[in-house]
Design a protein around this ligand. Structure first.
Ligand code: HEC
Length: 111
């Protein structure tokens, strides 16, 4: 009986962790800041805060996931096509739109 009770508690705490929204700041720092600079202010790659951070979310998602910019042009290397890879903490799973939206929201707050 005690075990069943503990199993339920464990299940509940796992599902509540999964339901929490992705942390855009951590995702950005772990996966993007090496090129786009701390807080998206620019580095070897363009500034995102105050620029791509203001694009429509569909346009931003397309740029990040498929490497197509706001003018419909392909983004050059070394910008990764994230749909073909995975964010560091995701263990090989393809990035979700929710995660990309969380990154954009974080960048929007940086300008
Ligand atoms: C290895 C370096 C590198 C990493 C890591 C990287 N990028 Fe980029 N990114 C670039 C480069 C270089 C460009 C410019 C490409 C061009 O001008 O064709 C770019 C362009 C972009 C653009 C288009 C900007 C514009 O104004 O046209 C967006 C949006 C973007 N990156 C988002 C991200 C996000 C979000 C991440 C993390 C999930 C990320 N990038 C990770 C190198 C990188």
């Amino acid at each position: 009986m005690k075990c069943a009770f503990l199993a339920i508690i464990t299940l509940l705490s796992c599902s509540s962790t999964m339901a929490s929204p992705p942390d855009g700041e951590t995702l950005f720092q772990d996966n993007c800041s090496v090129c786009h600079g701390p807080r998206g202010m620019g580095g070897s790659a363009p500034k995102l805060a105050g620029d791509a951070s203001e694009w429509k979310s569909k346009v931003f998602e397309r740029a990040v996931l498929s490497g197509i910019d706001d003018h419909g042009k392909p983004l050059k290397a070394p910008m990764p096509h994230w749909a073909g890879t995975s964010f560091k903490s995701d263990n090989g799973a393809m990035p979700s739109k929710l995660e990309v939206d969380a990154i954009q929201k974080y960048l929007h707050q940086q300008k």
